[in-house]
Ligand binder design. Structure first.
Ligand code: ADP
Ligand code: MG
Length: 676
């Protein structure tokens, strides 16, 4: 990259330390950052209309010649009104400016201007007040509008960007190899930066945009590849093929073909010189745990230990149960490490893990990651449930000898996005549900039907099933907790009198949660009233109904996760979404859920409704924030950029060739900027 582009912002002519501080607030530190502060919008003075066509209720641009300035009217102290008459040859227009004497004086008789604003009045007398005014012969008819921070104005930013562009003098470096520019019909970076800020015309602007979106997506993809290569330190846990067919045959069910494939993918990965880094992505109930157990079995057969980390204690306990159910018959010992163990037991267990008596260790992230020593750790499995993205998974890599990693995620996201988001991982998708699973019937109802819905739930309980009633606690404060408690109380004494009702909420101690969950699992409770803590993967096959209160307060994906808690057995099951606040928007959202059981579809619709801003804005994914590309609408460019990235990395994965130096720099820069 040119040195001129790395110049700290404060040294740019016209900036200085004070303004540099303001720029820092926008994340702009050097000249290149400034050039990448792309306009959030444009005022297009080139698309003016004749005065008679100016809409009555919307701003627009008109072009007119100034005929005559009128004498200023001094209304009172501090208020002077300046007026001028203009014409476009057919119609007249009165320009009104308040107080801005300097602006008024800069206008000349006989000169043509383009005015941007709202034209008011009637056919006889049209006026425009305080418009933006540009000489019609100005070379920059499309003007950028920037995101600002207090103390910075549009003009300051425009000027500073002008200065930078001028100083480089159309000689910006070109990071793209010529054949790529040619293959994808892209303009030069030089042209793109010039025209994204000061577009010649709308065509030039769209060329510029296309190039910059392409670059951003390409850079992101390349950056992900680099990130992944960095993790590619040879593993000390290279495994050999082992027969695990007894695992397959000891399972109480037949694995689906995608579960089988996922396990085989993992086994294949673990036999290579580099550590596995694989994501198993599958909708709730798709059977990710059986995949994890298969991989663990393979590692154990190779003489290695496996650690499985879950986000909560309940979930860890459940994984423990499932895994020990699957693996102990094969002679594999599984340990559960949780905070609720007595210190004595805990240290005894840890000792046994350390000396290798246990081959599989299940626990919460904190416990397994921070305080456990292993005998010979070869595989680390993380259950992320609905979090996803890069980073944060590396805590255990330092333990053992660069062990293999397997991540389970229940966030179904559209495939194109998955490619981008999980660029640093290999992907196994479980897109086929186990046989015999019936989709959860989903109904959205208003509060008026609550009584009937309760009746429906009672009927199912009478048939011997169990049910969840979920009510959201958003803030998890005392007041909310109180109302959840009262709500549960009411259910127990009124609608569900005679049934065994339990309450589970996020502020209970881990041990208490465990106790309640255990009782529900053992069918000592019929109905579990819960805040969203059940969301994380709890598995009770006999639970066949879920009723969700205030369903409109949840995100679609979250609701989908929740309803995945039922329909895990062979029973017909249902999910009832209750809302007391049926706005058009919320009804539309909830209908999506009743229309499809497919988590991938739900997330696609969710993405459309909430927009990518929300999806990607939340930064949950750990990806760099995008400046100009929009992953949900720039799908065509996303595809192109991906294929360009793949063709570059297939011959030069680490971007070490001189012709890729610029790209490498940009990719590193992108991830560096976002480290915090
Ligand atoms: P998730 O992908 O949501 O984590 P789980 O691994 O908890 O799903 O599996 C959900 C339920 O389905 C569990 O009770 C599990 O034993 C069962 N299961 C998994 N695979 C199969 C299969 N191939 N056939 C039948 N049941 C299965
Ligand atoms: Mg699970």
């Amino acid at each position: 990259m040119l040195d001129a582009l790395k110049k700290e912002i404060t040294y740019i002519k016209g900036v200085g330390p004070k303004r540099a501080e303001l720029y820092a607030k926008l994340g702009i530190r050097d000249a290149f950052d400034l050039l990448c502060h792309f306009p959030r919008d444009y005022i297009d003075y080139s698309s003016w209309v004749p005065i008679k066509d100016a809409p009555a209720d919307a701003p627009c641009c008109v072009k007119a010649k100034l005929v005559k300035k009128l004498a200023p009217a001094f209304i009172r102290k501090g208020l002077t009104v300046y007026k001028a008459l203009l014409t476009d040859g057919e119609d007249d227009l009165t320009l009104i400016i308040y107080n801005a004497e300097y602006q008024f004086r800069s206008l000349s008789d006989g000169k043509e201007y383009i005015l941007s604003g709202r034209v008011t009045g009637n056919l006889v007398r049209r006026e425009i007040s305080s418009p933006l005014i540009l000489p019609a012969d100005s070379p920059d008819l499309i003007q950028p509008v920037y995101r600002l921070t207090e103390g910075l104005s549009q003009n300051m930013i425009r000027q500073n960007i002008h200065t930078v562009l001028d100083s480089i003098g159309g000689d910006i470096f070109e990071p793209l190899p010529p054949e790529i520019m040619h293959r994808y019909s892209l303009c030069s970076l030089d042209y793109a930066l010039e025209n994204i800020h000061f577009p010649r015309d709308s065509h030039a602007l769209s060329l510029a945009k296309r190039r910059l979106v392409f670059d951003e997506l390409l850079t992101l993809r390349l950056g992900m590849t680099l990130l992944r290569l960095k993790g590619l330190k040879a593993t000390g846990c290279r495994m050999d093929p082992r027969d695990i067919s007894d695992y397959y045959s000891s399972l109480p069910f037949e694995l689906t073909s995608c579960q089988r494939r996922a396990i085989e993918d993992c086994c294949g990965d673990m036999c290579r010189t580099f550590p596995m880094n694989r994501l198993v992505q599958g909708d709730v109930g798709s059977g990710k745990t059986a995949v994890a157990a298969g991989a663990a079995c393979f590692a154990v057969r190779n003489g290695y230990q496996t650690a499985l980390m879950a986000p909560t204690e309940i979930l860890a306990a459940q994984h423990y149960e499932t895994l020990s159910g699957f693996l102990e018959p094969l002679g594999i010992k599984v340990a559960l490490l949780t905070g609720s163990l007595t210190p004595k037991k805990k240290s005894a267990l840890k000792e046994q893990v350390k000396n290798g008596e246990y081959q599989v260790v299940v626990g919460t992230h904190a416990l397994v990651q921070q305080t456990t020593e292993f005998h010979r750790l070869g595989l680390v499995i993380t259950d992320e449930q609905h979090r996803f993205g890069v980073g944060q998974r590396d805590g255990l890599a330092a333990k053992g000898e660069n062990p293999h990693k397997l991540v389970m995620s229940a966030t179904p996201i559209p495939r194109t996005l998955a490619m981008m988001i999980y660029g640093d991982l290999d992907l196994s998708v479980l897109d086929e549900l186990p046989k015999g699973r019936k989709p959860v019937k989903t109904y959205a109802v208003t509060g008026k039907l609550r009584e009937r819905a309760f009746g429906f739930v009672r009927d199912r309980l009478d048939e011997g099933r169990q049910a969840y009633i979920v009510c959201p606690m958003i803030e998890e404060n005392d007041q909310e907790l109180q109302s959840v408690k009262e709500y549960a109380q009411r259910l127990e004494t009124n609608d569900f009198r005679g049934y065994r009702v339990g309450l589970l909420h996020g502020r209970m101690s881990a041990a208490d949660k465990e106790k309640v969950m255990r009782r529900f699992k053992d069918h000592e409770l019929d109905l579990l009233v819960s805040t969203t803590v059940v969301e994380v993967g709890v598995d009770v096959p006999n639970a066949a109904v879920m009723l969700i209160e205030n369903a409109d307060r949840f995100g679609l994906s979250q609701l989908h996760q929740l309803r995945g808690r039922v329909g895990r057995g062979s029973f017909e099951s249902s999910c009832i979404l209750v809302t007391d606040n049926p706005t058009e928007e919320s009804v539309k959202r909830l209908k999506i859920l009743s229309s499809t059981p497919d988590g991938f579809k739900v997330s696609e619709e969710d993405l459309k409704l909430r927009g990518p801003g929300d999806f990607f804005g939340s930064r949950q994914h750990g990806l760099p924030a995008l400046k100009i590309a929009d992953m949900s609408s720039d799908t065509e460019l996303l595809r192109l950029a991906q294929s360009a990235a793949d063709s570059i990395t297939s011959s030069d994965p680490e971007l070490t060739r001189p012709e890729h130096a610029g790209l490498r720099e940009l990719a590193e820069r992108l991830f560096e900027d976002n480290k915090e």
